[in-house]
Design a protein around this ligand. Structure first.
Ligand SMILES: Nc1nc2c(ncn2[C@@H]2O[C@H](COP(=O)(O)OP(=O)(O)O)[C@@H](O)[C@H]2O)c(=O)[nH]1
Ligand SMILES: [Mg+2]
Length: 297
């Protein structure tokens, strides 16, 4: 009986997923909450908190690449297919995890996982809809430094949306590493990224993203990379992407500064809401909170 609760932390490589997981674990500990940490990145090495389950104990990406002559991306997909064939590795330890725990799943950054390869939806189906019946949400991280390059930001937003549609889970989008853009972006500009405003793609004259009916009277050489990135077709593609994001209007971001406990706590409260964590919790006796705490000063 009882339910289980979890969050799957996703996003491109280097977005700060593992760092966010550590900050989340620390925050949970400080607030006397339990967590169960699962690492599914077979290339991850350094952890502040040792994972309770680590895919590296099942399969080594290095071995896969060497023995099957695969690159890192193909190797990773192989590892996930292997995991799906050996699901007990992850489902068995989860059987005994109770409803007070937050299960945190730290994912690799390979973008194909979030676009068209079906391994992740399969895994999620087993965790969320199988006998484990984990109430789960997805946290998708995007680096705030992407804001500097608007086309990059919108392509990142598109990948967040793709993951959202692929997994059909409650979804929390997070703009990570806010410390890196602090003081560099005006508050009102930042707002247009938090709740993406597609006109951002149109008001950067020097990016070539502005459509001007009088320009390009001569057709540029389409094979030149410069003309691809500044030409009208690139601008039109961007506008189409922007419009798509706008029409779905599903993507908005929470700001995350991992160094800041309040910021981590605020993101956690969105995750808790998405999985309806608090609804399940038994009211605790005040004495439960001070147990095993010798220093109550
Ligand atoms: N300045 C800053 N750096 C960060 C932050 N989060 C992560 N990093 C750095 O970004 C790099 C990638 O972080 P990591 O958590 O391993 O990303 P992952 O690949 O998504 O798991 C590491 O060098 C981190 O130290 C952040 O909030 N601020
Ligand atoms: Mg990582």
């Amino acid at each position: 009986m009882g339910s289980k609760y979890g969050v799957i932390v996703m996003g491109p490589a280097g977005a700060g997923k593992t760092t966010f997981c550590s900050a989340l674990i620390e925050h949970l500990r400080n607030n006397r909450r339990s967590c169960f940490y699962i690492n599914l990145d077979p290339a991850a090495e350094d952890f502040v908190y040792e994972p309770d389950v680590d895919i590296k104990d099942l399969i080594s990406l290095e071995d896969v690449m060497e023995e099957l002559h695969l690159g890192p991306n193909g190797g990773l997909i192989y590892c996930f297919e292997f995991l799906l064939d050996n699901l007990d590795f992850i489902t068995d330890p989860l059987e005994t995890v109770t409803d007070e725990y937050l299960i945190i799943i730290d994912m690799p950054g390979q973008i194909e996982l979030y676009s068209h390869v079906p391994v992740l939806p399969n895994l999620v189906r087993h965790l969320a809809h199988g006998s484990l019946n984990i109430s789960m949400c997805a946290a998708y991280l995007l680096e705030s430094t992407f804001i500097v390059d608007r086309a990059k930001f919108f392509s990142g937003t598109l990948s967040a949306m793709s993951a959202m549609l692929l997994l059909e889970l409650p979804h929390v989008n997070i703009l990570s590493k806010m410390d890196l853009v602090k003081g560099q972006v005006a508050r009102k500009d930042l707002k247009r990224f938090i709740d993406p405003d597609i006109s951002l793609l149109q008001d950067v004259p020097d990016s070539g993203l502005v459509y001007d009916a009088n320009e390009n009277l001569e057709t540029p050489d389409p094979t030149e990379s410069q003309s691809v990135m500044t030409g009208e077709s690139f601008a039109r593609l961007n506008r189409a992407v922007g419009q798509l994001i706008d029409e779905f209007s599903l993507v908005s971001f929470l700001k995350l500064d991992v160094q800041n406990e309040d910021s981590v706590g605020s993101v956690l409260s969105y995750i808790d809401d998405a999985i309806q964590f608090h609804e399940s919790q038994e009211p605790r006796e005040p004495m439960d909170d001070v147990q095993d705490d010798g220093d109550m000063g």
